[in-house]
Design a protein around this ligand. Structure first.
Ligand SMILES: [Ca+2]
Length: 387
């Protein structure tokens, strides 16, 4: 049996993070509902607190149906006088209606400070809204408080059915990767460790990081790097802060006039000695519209810390270079021949689902027999499940 896993809610307001929503029947002086779902009890006021007279409840909306089999809670830190004596936990899929009582507690007068009270259901339930409704209280204090209210479930066991591919008495698997190294920058040095820079910059509006912010915006919306307006060439570069393996680049231009016509893509490990990865002459961009993108595949995989586009000329002679977005990526479409069909080869190279089988594979590899051992199967099936 797997371990109970507790949802890490880490709320920072009644509606953060989305889609969670914390709410309550009533709240005393800013000690809001979310403070019972934030995962901390830093002090006595890190809790939800409410007047007892209102028959209070505390509620979490997960934003979608969520499997739960266990609950645990702590009362207000150092204030057992604020604890409930009787309460129910209920679930619903309709806000403020049709709550089903999942568990009832009565005569609970033995709360231990800063210690969880645990409740486990015999079977999991699946509701969007969970509510703790208090009906009787310990002590004579006017308020009831909950420091933490948490939800747990048992994770599903991992799936065990895997598939390999078979053709002409040979067995295969695939390794398909298609990623872009997105940077989503918000300044020339944010987020660390990325650093964007350029040979020149027209103004801070057209700073180098605007080409690495993931935003593609048309003319005048200012999400592009621009060299100084009087210049006709220049370079733009990104320091990833570590080596990044790439074999493709996507260039998004602002519009035709400032688009790169003759340019190179360069890579460096020391920001000093540069290797030419790609050399493009007389590129032709659309003369109308904004934000055309082109993807260029490199001849081979490369790995550098610094990448640069060096623009020698732009598409019209009286303009400076501009780039709206520059991003590097990595593609791999590998077909692997598996030398033997064993439990281990299914476990290591089998997949739950083979997607993209219509792709043209551009790498073929042969898995060495020494990497797969034990438990040879007597038949060579196309697909097999095992435990
Ligand atoms: Ca941009």
């Amino acid at each position: 049996m797997s371990e109970l896993t507790w949802y890490n809610l880490a709320m920072t307001s009644d509606t953060t993070p989305v889609p969670l929503v914390a709410s309550a029947s009533n709240v005393f002086s800013g000690l809001s509902a979310w403070k019972a779902f934030n995962g901390t009890m830093a002090n006595a006021d890190d809790c939800w607190l409410a007047t007892k007279s209102a028959i209070p409840y505390l509620q979490l909306d997960f934003g979608k149906q969520t499997k739960v089999q266990a609950f645990r809670m702590k009362t207000r830190l150092n204030n057992e006088a604020n604890s409930p004596n009787a309460f129910t936990i209920s679930g619903s899929n309709d806000e403020n209606a049709n709550f089903t009582i999942l568990h009832s507690v009565t005569g609970k007068n033995d709360w231990v400070n800063n210690t969880y009270f645990n409740i486990e259901l015999s079977t999991p339930v699946n509701y969007r809204y969970y509510r703790m409704h208090m009906t009787a209280f310990n002590g004579t204090n006017a308020y009831v408080g909950i420091g933490l209210f948490e939800f747990g479930c048992y994770p599903p066991p991992p799936p065990v059915n895997k598939t390999l591919l078979s053709k002409d008495n040979k067995v295969y698997s695939t390794n398909i990767i298609n990623i872009w190294h997105d940077t989503k920058m918000t300044s020339n040095t944010t987020p660390a460790p990325y650093v964007a820079s350029a040979s020149s910059t027209q103004s801070t509006t057209y700073a180098p990081w605007k080409a690495f912010d993931g935003v593609i915006a048309p003319l005048d919306n200012q999400s592009s790097w621009s060299a100084t307006a009087t210049l006709r060439n220049g370079w733009l570069q990104l320091d990833y802060g570590r080596k990044v393996t790439t074999n493709k680049v996507e260039i998004t231009i602002l519009e035709f006039t400032t688009s790169p016509k003759d340019f190179q893509i360069l890579g460096s490990d020391d920001n000093n000695k540069w290797d030419i990865i790609l050399d493009v002459k007389n590129e032709v961009w659309l003369q109308t519209g904004s934000n055309e993108s082109k993807t260029y595949n490199f001849k081979k995989d490369v790995s550098y810390r610094y990448y640069r586009i060096n623009i020698d000329t732009v598409s019209t002679p009286n303009k400076q270079p501009m780039i709206t977005e520059l991003k590097f990526g990595y593609d791999r479409k590998e077909l692997m021949e598996i030398p033997s069909v064993t439990v281990q080869s299914f476990d290591k190279y089998g997949k739950f689902d083979f997607a993209n089988l219509d792709l043209d594979m551009d790498i073929f590899t042969y898995v060495l027999p020494s990497t797969i051992k034990e438990k040879q199967l007597t038949k060579k099936p196309l697909s097999i499940g095992f435990d």
